[in-house]
Design a protein around this ligand. Structure first.
Ligand SMILES: C[S@@+](CC[C@H](N)C(=O)[O-])C[C@H]1O[C@@H](n2cnc3c(N)ncnc32)[C@H](O)[C@@H]1O
Length: 237
């Protein structure tokens, strides 16, 4: 991580939630409630966003035997594709905060008999890993984290040098006259997904990672895929 990025700027700290804060705890608790509830109704989201998730996974550079991290995995919608790419000798570690999502993700693993896929219940910002990952992915999950910047830092630390983190996510309309709908979009996402209105995923990624670029946009720019690189020369956080 570039050294100038290691310390959170005072201005950032004042507006974002920090672990231990009541507000942070409240955001996590809302996440648990919201995502436990949606876990029973996830088929629509799974189907509608599938082409975009596939496009995001196309941007990974996975090899058989790789160790991959799936952040905010939900009911395991990315598992089949990721498991196919890493094969039986790789390792997929998936993290989600919602106990019900974790149950559904583990059920998917059990049904497929994948012995090298592990689903952990954890707050992604606070998760600890015993070995580094070759690649990481987060689809539709970074923007709902209680502390997006902290989560990005945790993922950066968890990655091996010369690796990438691919993010597919939602944002307000970036430009054009339809920006007028942004207040409604924000309110809807906060209600529907416990979306974090205070932090920009794109800004957090650009601050934490050595290189970051939006490589594809969809739905008039409201959804996008970003590829972030952790370089060799970095020492990590
Ligand atoms: C919109 S779903 C995305 C699920 C899946 N990745 C997908 O592409 O459909 C967001 C997921 O992030 C999880 N989540 C929310 N806050 C989290 C946190 N702090 N740590 C880990 N997972 C979290 C939710 O439980 C939920 O399963």
């Amino acid at each position: 991580m570039p050294s100038e990025h290691r310390e959170r700027k005072a201005s950032d700290a004042s507006k974002s939630l920090t672990a231990g804060d009541d507000e942070y705890a409240a955001h996590l608790e809302r996440s648990r409630t919201v995502w436990d509830r949606w876990s029973d109704w996830y088929t629509l989201s799974e189907r509608d966003f599938e082409p975009m998730r596939e496009d995001a996974m196309d941007r990974l550079e996975l090899q058989p035997g790789d160790r991959i991290l799936d952040i905010g995995c939900g009911p395991g919608v990315n598992f089949e594709r990721l498991r196919n790419e890493i094969g039986p000798d790789g390792e997929l570690v998936a993290v989600d905060y919602s106990p019900e999502m974790v149950v559904k993700a583990r059920k998917r693993v059990e049904e497929h008999g994948w012995e090298n896929v592990e689903v952990r219940r954890a707050d992604a910002a606070r998760a600890e890993f015993d070995a580094p990952f070759d690649e990481a992915i987060a689809t539709l999950s970074m923007s709902v984290m209680a502390d997006i910047r902290d989560t990005a830092e945790t993922i950066y630390r968890a990655l091996t040098p010369n690796s990438r983190f691919v993010v597919f996510d939602v944002r307000p309309v970036p430009d054009g006259p339809t920006r007028v709908f942004n207040p409604v979009i924000r309110r809807f996402l906060q209600w529907y997904a416990n979306w974090n209105p205070d932090e920009s995923v794109i800004e957090a990624l650009a601050t934490v990672f050595d290189e970051c670029a939006i490589v594809a946009t969809y739905n008039g720019g409201c959804t996008y895929t970003s590829v972030c690189e952790k370089r060799n020369q970095s020492t990590g956080g």
